[in-house]
Design a protein around this ligand. Structure first.
Ligand code: ASP
Length: 299
């Protein structure tokens, strides 16, 4: 039994758009390496906020997921990305929507959290903010993006709401929670389309009780109240962590959507649930040995 001060938890997801029959071994290995890195950070006293930013930034730069380098152009030919991050202890938050030409959108969202009176910046304004605040820009956007694992050219040209996203939630040894999420959105999306991911309270939420990161067809998450519905079910309606996730995911499903959620409670409990074929995910903590999987049940 660990004491309160050494308790920590970390959960990652690489999107709930996983397809049955596809081999995600490379992704699972990457998630396991990242989770081990995050475990070391949290054990060493890193904040949950720094840890979730680092986890998501590495997933964005890897090209393995539909976020950052693995993102595809919208119907107008531009790669527009969304990301958000929230600190549960202070409820400070930062987000960028439809941002272009940055290597790590989550680190721009973090700069919004740290340096802007705004919570969300979009489009050209977000891009200018990134530049002014020293975020790394993509030198050659025409040749930067790659197809992530499990995605073909055919997929990205079809406007059928196929999707992918990355996210992280963490509890640090000081007892503070944080959440971060980043996405290239859905394939075949129209210019200017913004999903749930950059919306604080929908794709991402953290407070003193819970940290949440969602993945799935964003329109449905927006229409169900997404992460904040889970937070309220958990804090106010008496749901267990698992029941709160199920409540929101069932609502998404009833409207015709699919997706998944990772969440951590103040006590360090981890929940990872989805109603799609699979969700690339990993978890580790002081009470949880490291797991990384896509389809197997691990709740
Ligand atoms: N939620 C993301 C969006 O709608 C996509 C995903 O999570 O797969 O933009």
């Amino acid at each position: 039994m660990v004491s309160n001060s050494s308790r920590f938890s970390l959960a990652l997801h690489g999107g709930a758009g996983a397809k049955t029959g596809e081999d995600y071994t490379v992704v699972e290995q990457h998630l396991a390496i990242l989770a081990a890195e995050g475990e070391e950070m949290l054990k060493g006293g890193a904040t949950s906020l720094d840890t979730v930013e680092k986890m998501v930034a590495e997933m964005e730069a890897s090209g393995l997921y539909v976020a950052g380098k693995g993102s595809a152009p919208n119907l107008a030919g531009a790669v527009e990305l969304d990301a958000s991050i929230m600190d549960g202890a202070t409820r400070n938050a930062g987000a960028v929507a439809a941002i272009t030409d940055v290597v790590r959108p989550i680190s721009v969202a973090r700069r919004v959290l740290d340096h802007s009176p705004s919570v969300m910046l979009a489009g050209n304004g977000a891009r200018s903010f990134a530049e002014v605040h020293g975020a790394e820009l993509i030198a050659d956007p025409e040749n930067y993006y790659v197809l992530p694992v499990g995605v073909s050219e055919d997929d990205i040209n079809v406007s059928d709401m196929q999707h992918g996203t990355v996210g992280a939630v963490a509890l640090d040894i000081k007892g503070n929670l944080a959440a971060a999420t980043s996405t290239g959105g859905v394939f075949g999306k129209p210019e200017g389309r913004v999903g749930d991911t950059p919306i604080i309270g929908i794709g991402t939420w953290a407070d003193e009780e819970i940290a949440i990161s969602c993945t799935g067809t964003g329109e449905y998450f927006i229409r169900t109240g997404g992460a904040l519905t889970i937070a309220n079910r958990f804090a106010l309606a008496g749901d267990t962590l698992s029941e709160a996730l199920q409540y929101m995911l069932k609502d998404v499903q009833s409207l015709g959507g699919d997706g998944g959620v990772i969440a951590i409670s103040r006590s360090g409990e981890i929940a990872m649930q989805y109603n799609s074929d699979g969700m690339k995910r990993a978890a580790v903590g002081s009470d949880q040995s490291l797991i990384a999987t896509t389809f197997a049940s691990c709740d």
